[in-house]
Design a protein around this ligand. Sequence first.
Ligand code: HAM
Length: 408
Amino acid sequence: MVDLLPGEIEQWQALEAIIRETARRYHFQEIRTPVMEQTELIARGVGQLTDIVSKEMFAFDRGEDRYVLRPEGTAPVARAFVQHHLAQRGGCQRLFYIGPFFRAERPQKGRQRQFHQFGAELIGASGAIADVEIIAFMLAVYRQVGISNITLKLNSVGDPASRNAFRKALHDYFLPLKDDLSEISRKRLDTNPMRILDSKEEEDQPLKAGAPKIIDYLTPESKAHFDAVITLLEKMHIPFERDPFLVRGLDYYTETAFELVSPDLGSQDALGGGGRYDLLIEEVGGQPTPAVGFACGIERLMIACEALGITLADPAGPDLYFVTRGEEAAQWALENMPALRGKGIVCTMDYSGRSLKAQMKDANRQGARFAVIVGEQELADNRFTLRNMAESDEVTVSPDELADRILP
Ligand code: HAM
């Protein structure tokens, strides 16, 4: 878990502004769900056998109730959609979120126990157009940020019938090779053979290479959907790479699955991912409702920015620093700052009666654009020295003139 301090937070705020503006243009509305959910929801939604549910949840009890810190946002949004009857609002629901998520993983660069995602869910549309709209929204954020060396990886995990046929084919293929598989893949052979395709273990790589491909097991409907997504991506000039081994680590996916990867991230190379989850809303108690979405890691986006030298915002200093001599002058500053702040001027002062020299140094250190010097004589004359810090020039002004001198 990390603290975000002034100096770094400005970059986050600028990114959040980009995400919100992109969401506005795509006409997605924000949803905020609690950081805790009932364990049952996440277990059902994400899947009992996934790493997330079986190993990585921060879980706790309160009386009879069992809770987890949310490890992801899709199951919570699906719950909210059902609980608040959002379907009755008519049409599709286009929802986005930004917030903290929690997974008890082994921390490393780009992998934290509390991390942040931005994501979007488009609920109520089954057509390939919705898949492509979601992908376009995700990519638009990276374009706005200026990250362009990214690869969209695309696959289909099919409908349940496709997956059953594929799982059986995988099982049949890997069974004779069982002794050569990594330990973790051996375990997955009976529970979830598709996850073997996801394996990063070295000994699995040559065995994976000859494995059956899901594309050959898609039902005609699933194949048609996947083809439609590909045609639309090409129409939109959105580059992508087909990755027959892309399976994703959450169980709710159906049909389209995608990931966005970056060469700047090292071993945790996924900037984001998503796909279609046509059965999840029903799984959590709603009517059958098709849906598609994505989520991206904010820390990983920041790592990519750093690698590429992209700065979205610098910490801004105050517009005006009140340098005061004596208690009366300090009180005068305190009384006069609110009106200036009301005009949008960022004001600050010294709060501990330091020397003029120390206050000027502080104004410089904080990056103040102007300093105004307030002492007994100035108060008596009602004329004050206003110093432009960058240009080191000074003018004498009345209090009424301060704002006009400072506002650009
Ligand atoms: P996910 O692939 O589990 O998908 O997570 C999405 C992104 O969150 C990852 O690609 C990564 O950038 C970031 N992330 C995940 N775990 C960590 C971690 N421990 N530390 C730092 N970053 C991390 C989902 O969460 C799905 N809910 C996406 C989705 C939305 N599918 C449909 N709608």
